[in-house]
Design a protein around this ligand. Sequence first.
Ligand code: URA
Length: 212
Amino acid sequence: MDNERVVVIDHPMVQHKLSILRDRDTSSKQFRELVRELALFEGYEATRDLPLETVTISTPICDAEARQIGGKKLAVVPILRAGLGMVDGVLELIPAARVGHLGMFRDEETHEPHVYYDKLPADIAGRQVLVVDPMLATGGSAAAAVGYLREAGVKGTIKLMVLVAAPEGIEAVLAADPDVRVYTCAVDEGLNENAYIVPGLGDAGDRIFGTK
Ligand code: URA
């Protein structure tokens, strides 16, 4: 695995919350809260390398130089529908970020991704993009989303924030684009015959929205 391009968030708080998230008996309400919290923690790591610029501010005591985030503005792009569960957590951290939506579903038989909806900020090409989707399984949807964003003109590193990844998915998405970086809370064993992550946490969308 390419360690430069895969960041595993092994902070104890993150691992603790992830273990509750995985538990089949965790309620939909708690699951949703945990996804939001984990997205916030992960966003903290995913924004670690944002450039800073020096500005002059006035404290109550005197003028002082201080550092603020500079560089490109950010956009968060959830892959519908499970990615929606991560948006609020990232926005808590980066309130000024724009949100673009990409609707992709996985054909149950072929497991191929299909775009059924897209709505991106008009200036997406000039933004740093954080793609969010809790589960990186085969990598098909994530790779297609990254390709779609490149077509839309997005340059530089695209950061893919997931909560649980399968090794197959990581390999697929890294192979699909030379400048994508994956942030995840765990790299699991692999996929089962239905392309679900093992041990995983089941269907993230169903658990977030209580549709099962
Ligand atoms: N999508 C999910 O929600 N869960 C998986 O395990 C794989 C894909």
